[in-house]
Ligand binder design. Sequence first.
Ligand code: LLP
Length: 414
Amino acid sequence: MVKSSPLSYLDSDLCFDNLKIAEIIKNNPTPFYLYSEKSIKESYQHFSQAASILPQTTICYAMKANGQLEILKLLARAGSGADIVSGNELRRALEAGIPASKIVFSGVGKTKEEIDYALSQDIYSFNVESLEELEMINRLAKEKNQTARVSFRLNPKVMAKTHKHIATGDKIHKFGLLEQDILESLNQDIYYSHTKLVGLSIHIGSQLTELEATKKALKALCECALKIPHILEFLDVGGGLGINYEKDSATIDINEYMTLIQRELDPYYQKNPQLNIVFEPGRILIARAGCFVTSIIRNKKTEGVNFMIVDGGMNDFMRPSLYNAYHEIFPSIDLSEKISTDVVGPVCESTDIFAHERMLPLLKPGQFIAIADTGAYGFVLASNYNLRVKPCQILIQEDKSILRLSKEEYSQNL
Ligand code: LLP
């Protein structure tokens, strides 16, 4: 991942990828998301370079983080696969040119239609989350006279240190199967007459900033793999690497992460030296590469509280309302005189707030702010709440040309 945001000041103008945002606003009404092609490519290269200490790897970008077609296309060109969680994500990944042989399908609620569709495309693996699901995959594959490639998502019973809404690796969570259930299923025809168990996966949570829980989960993954009598082709270590949204806060060192994987999975490498390691990174590839630009509508003051009311709301960018998440805010002009202010949107909820008591210059109506690190889990969580129109998305290409991304269409039937 790139270390710093593409946001910076040139003279006193706020720029993204060295382009003046004020110029972009002239032709594009706020609020909107801006993405940097350069930053996405750099993050992908950085990740794949770090992963190259392992003999064989497949990077399956977790496209739930940002499923924009043009972004997927550029990741596909860089060599990425995809971790998908719905039929529409599969359709989008294929449209972007990601080969089915690099697609893994996660999620506890895959429907019959989605499984049928994925079977017809011959994906790399279904990451199965229950025996009931495996039974369905087996039955549908049998009807098609096919053999489906499957892997189990192991629930390693570890509680990752992160926001409780995005921890997924303990037995109270709906995700994955316990080791004993995986082992008991082996050799039963209702599960395996038309499936082939080719791997095991884990994903213990998102926005992880330390490796302790990951280490335990990798151990559990390796132990479970060793108990399966036949040789597995791959182990999927999931996603979850966090970024430091707040300057100077802790993050995981990517090289340390790769070394940990190498070390913890070493017993399985003894069994299969050709083992493929699958990664499902989302946030770390894309969060830094985006910002959310929103203009000041007006300022308001009550007893002791300043409000900066902006034209973007929680329906456009949800992370602060959903997870109380902190994001840096860059004012359009960086004056030295600052006041403490709450940055709020127009939506009729008190949780429609981007920042609480933030020190910012007193901006005037028409001036704007950019909320940093919103490339991941930004637009994808947007809604039409209050009948608001979802924000536009703009990609700054490597040659600095501006690509206004077409409106998303998520409602297609399979
Ligand atoms: N693999 C699986 C099976 C996942 O469920 C996820 C994320 C990932 C990979 C990618 O995780 P990442 O590398 O991005 O941490 N909306 C929340 C994050 C939800 C994550 C859901 N699963 C947020 O804004 O923080």
